[in-house]
Design a protein around this ligand. Structure first.
Ligand SMILES: C[S@@+](CC[C@H](N)C(=O)[O-])C[C@H]1O[C@@H](n2cnc3c(N)ncnc32)[C@H](O)[C@@H]1O
Length: 191
């Protein structure tokens, strides 16, 4: 089931909210990412392609929308990023399909307002090996933002932190991505 309020505006408008390379490099440096990773809800691949440039591992990018997946595949091919595996998948009803404890990192960006945040985080936790990390980024609620889900379903950092703890993550820390994405907060947590 597609998560509530998870549709996308035009690509250029969406990309204008982030310096995606800066966000990914900041998070990867903080997390020490090395190895395969999974992205839940890759959308246009805004963060998929920067991630693929930052790792030699395989980047599994999942989205329920065939058009999004097709665009990510096209861009990865055009940029000769052969480590991107973009797949059409409903991770809410089907999970990721990845073998347990095989991933070094999981990216969950602009998505945790969906109906089943705990199930999603549990699935991320299952896929990560011990010491693997998850990055959660979402629209801030404490400043006006040009986009983002309704404030009543938009999770705050404290809420995300509580969910991360609830499914077994530890060492939860906030990472400053303001220089690259002023409308967002970001958290890292370790399995
Ligand atoms: C708001 S967009 C964020 C895209 C990307 N994470 C980013 O920040 O640029 C959410 C994406 O999640 C996808 N999505 C929503 N529910 C999903 C589900 N159940 N399974 C797979 N993808 C889903 C949507 O199609 C959409 O592309």
């Amino acid at each position: 089931m597609k998560g509530r309020e998870s549709g996308m505006p035009e690509e250029d408008y969406w990309q204008s909210f982030f310096d995606a390379d800066g966000v990914v490099e900041t998070l990867f440096d903080a997390a020490g990412v090395a190895g395969d990773l999974v992205e839940f809800g890759c959308g246009y691949g805004t963060f998929t392609l920067p991630a693929a440039r930052c790792t030699r591992g395989v980047v599994t990018a999942l989205d329920i929308e065939p058009l999004m997946v097709a665009r990510v595949r096209q861009k990865a091919e055009a940029q000769a990023l052969h480590n991107v595996r973009a797949e059409i998948r409903d991770f809410v009803s089907q999970g990721t399909g990845l073998v347990s404890a095989t991933q070094s990192h999981a990216m969950i960006f602009n998505l945790l307002h969906l109906e089943q945040p705990l199930a999603l985080l549990r699935e991320a936790h299952r896929t990560l090996h011990c010491g693997g990390t998850v990055a959660v980024m979402h629209w801030r609620s404490d400043v006006p933002t040009p986009r983002g889900p309704s404030l009543d379903i938009r999770p705050r950092p404290e809420q995300c932190q509580a969910w991360l703890y609830a499914v077994g993550f530890t060492d939860i820390r906030q990472v400053d991505v303001q220089a690259f994405s002023p409308y967002h907060f970001a958290l890292l947590a370790t399995r």
